[in-house]
Design a protein. Structure first.
Lengths: 161, 161
DNA sequence: GCGTCTGTAACTATAATCGTTACGGATGCG
DNA sequence: CGCATCCGTAACGATTATAGTTACAGACGC
């Protein structure tokens, strides 16, 4: 939903959108949108103005907002977490399993964050165009962890308002 | 919890463990453990036996069980999913956002699966030892068999034990 | 000053997960 | 064979997270 919101704001350019307008596209209640917008504003991704003729707009260019920033803005802690219930400390495995899994979690988080860091709101915007449905070829600039994956940007599509 | 269970079974070697024993280490109810064990059994990761002197043990060597298989066994669908509520089809963004985000999701999933595929239960077991706490040991031997997640996860046959 | 829009609290509804009780069926053993 | 034991699974309540809704105070432009 947060990405949906940002995509709408990106398409609107400098013109601020009201929460009600955004809610119409997401198909939900304006308050739900305002909650998200509030988080995004705290993360300095959007700028909101109260009062008449108010609304929200992006704080930066869509190409300068990564999905990792979006995720960090709307999700509480880390991307992943262990369940917090205590294990049996009288058992060797129970005593050490969390520490062992913390390392695994760290790896997964780093991997995901690497991917999200390489995708911007602008990339999502480009993907929106049905015209750019052709096979995506070019890779992105940032180099996430070692794994090879498909790029998602496709050149040429400019913003259309 | 599933990894915790498998780690216990790995340490037990060929001797089958009862759900009650496992539950003691995880600090939960035996039924919760049996639910997980049942999923792992359907995925052919463990072998369970009913009756007296029954219990569960690993179906393969710990080094041959990847965390991706574990994840696929206990998690319903894909690692990630979009929220399934319908967006406004009268809006250009609402109409296309899901398709655009599906690609992002695909990338994230592929990345996570790549990491999980490179970690085995044996690796977790090694990490358990406080002695090997120092360096993040080199990992990433990519040998596990081609897995068809379709066959592993979710609805299989009724009962086949 | 007035109308409008955001920020936020409070409450309800819904769904997922976990824990618990209960019971049928399978298994090994005396 | 009969029995004790253990798994597989259904059913139910408790807990939690999220989403939706209503309500209202404060900010802002005109």
């Amino acid at each position: 939903m947060a990405i949906h919101v940002l995509t709408l704001l990106a398409r609107a350019g400098d013109e601020p959108l009201k929460s009600e307008q955004v809610a119409a596209s997401v198909n939900t209640n304006p308050v739900v949108i305002r909650r998200i917008l509030c988080q995004l504003a705290r993360a300095r991704l959007v700028i909101s103005q109260t009062g008449a003729a108010g609304g929200s707009r992006l704080a930066r260019r869509p190409g300068q907002i990564t999905l990792l920033e979006v995720y960090s803005a709307v999700e509480a802690g880390d991307v992943f977490a262990l369940h917090r219930q205590p294990t049996n400390q009288d058992c060797f495995v129970g005593m050490n399993i969390k520490g062992a899994l913390a390392g695994v979690l760290e790896e997964v988080s780093a991997s995901v964050e690497g991917v999200l860091k390489g995708i911007t709101v602008e990339h999502v915007l480009e993907r929106l165009q049905p015209s750019s449905c052709a096979p995506p070829a070019p890779r992105r600039k940032v180099s996430p962890p070692k794994l090879s994956r498909r790029a998602l940007s496709s050149t040429g599509a400019k913003r259309r308002l």
